[in-house]
Design a protein around this ligand. Structure first.
Ligand code: 15L
Length: 287
């Protein structure tokens, strides 16, 4: 049986994952806070990942790491810097030094939260973080890419939507990621023989998804759940919200501190395309 380290194991996602993976793997759990009731194949170590020696200690002797630990919402810079930038670096670097090849990194929909809701995006789009938290997730993805290319590590980045049994609002109809679908995707990340660096979306098979999750499909992901059956009741209780939040995938994370109607940025370094109606004959398009 493989031994898997779950960082941030005391959080919501960690708690769901522990239950779903019980009996499949030996689980090493770490967090700043204690976890509740340890199962038969579970062992807990209290650790602060912003401290390299703690990161070295917890990553020793494991087959793979599911890195969930960190600050999990938008917030001030200091805790994000400490947990999500320094902590994330420490986990990757400690894994490398301890010879752990495979890391599943819990990135987030907020790495690309400034895409609009009328857009469908895949794993190849350029990043559009919607806050300091989103930027920290982009940092983790970049680190994963570096550690894959430079050190031959196997990195599986899951841009997680919202882990829950039920969609809690209209936005989460697009982002629901049920515990059993989470477990399926994590199992692919642990077991797939051919991972070098991958980005996938951690969402269920939601009809209202904003994602083309074909990279996850290619790797064998077949989600079992779809939020759609809950849509009538969720939509019936939805109240109109902030227009920036409502039009962007990241929701309120986009609206926090947002300047109303920022002026469009000037286009740089691009000549205007010649048009057939240009007054200067040199610029006219040939018929
Ligand atoms: C996340 O990345 C957060 O960790 C989680 O707390 C939710 O806010 C989720 O995104 C979401 O967008 O619903």
């Amino acid at each position: 049986m493989k031994t898997i380290l779950i960082t941030g194991a005391a959080g919501d996602v960690g708690t769901h994952l522990r239950r779903e993976l019980a009996g499949k793997y030996k689980l090493r759990l770490s967090d700043l806070r204690p976890v509740n009731l340890l199962g038969k194949d579970e062992k807990f170590t209290r650790a602060d990942i912003s401290n390299m020696s703690d990161a070295r200690r917890i990553t020793r002797g494991v087959d793979a790491i599911v890195h969930l630990g960190g600050h999990s919402v938008e917030g001030p810079w200091e805790p994000i810097l400490s947990a999500n930038i320094i902590g994330c670096y420490n986990v990757f670097e400690a894994a490398r030094r301890n010879g752990v090849k495979r890391i599943l990194f819990a990135t987030s929909n907020h790495a690309v939260g400034f895409y609009r809701r009328d857009q469908t995006i895949d794993h190849r789009v350029y990043i559009k973080p919607d806050g300091r938290y989103g930027v920290s997730k982009v940092f983790g993805e970049a680190l994963g890419s570096l550690y894959a290319d430079k050190y031959g590590m196997e990195v599986f980045c899951m841009r997680i939507g919202n882990v829950n049994r039920l969609p809690i609002d209209k936005r989460r109809l697009s982002l629901l990621f049920t515990p059993r679908d989470l477990a399926q995707l994590v199992t692919i990340g642990i077991e797939h023989p051919d991972i070098r660096f991958e980005i996938v979306y951690g969402v269920s098979g939601n009809k209202r998804s904003w994602y083309d999750n074909s990279n996850a499909t290619r790797l064998g992901y077949r989600p079992q759940d779809d939020s759609e059956e809950f849509a009538p009741e969720v939509l019936a209780r939805e109240k109109p919200g902030d227009p920036v939040a409502e039009t962007h995938q990241g929701g309120v994370f986009c609206a926090v501190e947002a300047v109303p109607n920022p002026a469009p940025l000037p286009r740089l370094g691009r000549k205007r395309a010649a048009s057939s109606t240009s007054k200067n004959p040199k610029h006219r398009k040939r018929p």
